[in-house]
Design a protein around this ligand. Structure first.
Ligand code: GLU
Ligand code: MG
Length: 448
């Protein structure tokens, strides 16, 4: 028996193990092993080509980076035994996230899960513990992949929207709970066909593993109901955009750095330094927080997507929203939400970027800039300039240049990973720039 509570089934009853690697395009690539191969997979992994692990783009184009040749060489995907989950006990279907290693078993420099482990270890070395939680927004469709129909007609957050998909909602919740995903809630979102699932905060790597597993389960349950799900930032131009907001908090031996009832900002100075760190690096991180050809188009004002580089307490139009906890629960609940993130990201890298920037701000004791207490989209340019509210890059090429020039992120992720990521995303940006917006939406709808 495994000691992992998510896999409350003897692994010898597993009939198929889905081994999942999230790649630089934000696509979950899988290898599926039969029952007799499962036990061995935890020691010798499964075969993964360099291109599948590192250099495939969302349109399956095989990219090249300055340092890595996708044609020559092999990797192993090493499933993490402590993260195995039973997706369906009756049919014997299990799932596990994997690390990428070379043929000597050494972590491969472009492994995103390993990169996040490294950043989490830097937090630990600084006496800090990070908690990370995801909000997954996605669009549910009926009809066919070629002629998709929005699966509920709203109203936003409405009971009627829930009832239109009641059986699906219940099965999604049950399947998530049964697989050990710490689901907090599900609700119809603002847009037609749109749903949101919130996951409880936990350690960074586990949080991303759970996010990936949740996506897999939601897609699987949906197919059984004749529905299909899109996690694309713009799944359909007729409805609201899909974010994937990332929440984080930090603790040391004194408690939550984002909770200080006596402070005017309601957070401690170290928490303020972390927000300042993330804010200062947001322009160079945004290509990691959602690197698809649609990600920047999602960051429009008045969509609650966080389209301005600023922070504010409870401010849904700021890219960074400080979320103080309920009175009496401030230490458990207070956290920071980064809103300019979406489901096309590699979330191991997105979280690594946020946590690396927060730690940098903490170490440098950066001063928290003034918060923005209004919708920045209602201010004119001169007012925004006075308040140092900045816009994101006008296009993904610029955002990728900013990422490439980031010494913080280059150090945090390593040269090979940064170069491979930029190569994949630049290739996507170039190819999709030749299509009109609707064609890009169609091309990316079912990829994530
Ligand atoms: N759908 C919005 C987005 O694209 C977010 C709405 C919300 O605040 O939940 O990020
Ligand atoms: Mg939402």
């Amino acid at each position: 028996m495994t000691s992992n509570p998510k896999a409350d089934m003897d692994l010898q009853h597993v009939r198929a193990l889905v081994i999942s690697c999230l790649d630089n395009a934000g696509v979950s690539r899988v290898k599926v092993l039969p029952g007799p191969k499962v036990e061995g997979a935890f020691t010798n992994g499964c075969g993964v080509s360099v291109s599948v692990g590192v250099l495939l783009a969302a349109d399956d184009h095989v990219t090249r980076s300055s340092q890595i040749d996708p044609i020559v060489g092999d990797l192993r995907g090493m499933p993490d035994r402590s993260a195995v989950a039973v997706v369906d006990k009756a049919s014997g279907l299990a799932w596990a996230p994997a690390d990428l290693v070379d043929l000597h078993g050494v972590p491969y420099p472009t492994c995103p899960r390993t990169a996040l482990k490294r950043v989490a270890a830097e937090w630990a070395a600084a006496g800090l513990e990070a908690s990370v939680g995801f909000e997954l927004e996605f669009t549910v469709f009926s009809g066919s992949p070629e002629a998709p129909v929005l699966a509920h007609g709203g109203p936003g957050y409405g009971a009627a929207a829930f009832l239109q998909l009641e059986a699906w909602n219940l099965e999604v919740l049950t399947a998530l709970v049964d697989a050990g995903v710490p689901v907090e809630q599900i609700h119809p979102e603002y847009g037609q066909g749109q749903i949101e699932i919130a996951l409880a905060a936990r350690n960074p790597v586990q949080a991303v593993d759970d996010y990936l597993l949740a996506r897999f389960i939601v897609s699987r349950v949906s197919r059984r109901h004749g529905l299909q799900v899109s996690y694309s930032p713009i799944a359909d131009s007729r409805t609201a955009t899909n974010g994937c907001h990332i929440h984080f908090s930090a603790r040391n031996t004194d408690g939550n750095l984002f909770s200080d009832a006596a402070a005017a900002t309601r957070m401690g100075p170290a928490g303020g330094s972390m927000i300042a760190g993330v804010l200062g690096k947001l322009a160079e991180s945004v290509a990691l927080l959602g690197g698809s050809a649609l990600s920047l188009a999602r960051l429009r004002p008045q969509q609650w997507a966080g389209s301005f580089i600023c922070w504010g307490t409870g401010n849904r139009e700021a890219a960074i929203r400080f979320v103080p906890g309920l009175k009496g629960y401030e230490d458990q609940q207070s956290n920071v939400e980064v809103k300019c993130c979406d489901g096309s990201a590699n979330q191991y890298l997105a979280v690594a970027a946020i946590l690396a920037a927060a730690l940098d701000g903490f170490k440098r004791q950066l001063k928290l800039p003034a918060e923005v207490t209004v919708d920045p989209g209602t201010l004119n340019e001169a007012e925004r300039e006075r308040l140092d509210i900045r816009a994101f890059a006008p296009d993904m090429f610029t955002a990728l240049d900013d990422l490439e020039g980031s010494s913080l992120l280059r150090t945090a992720l390593g040269h090979e990973l940064l170069e491979a990521y930029v190569a994949v995303r630049r290739g996507e940006a170039e190819r999709f720039a030749k299509l009109d917006r609707d064609a890009v939406i169609d091309a990316l709808r079912w990829r994530y």
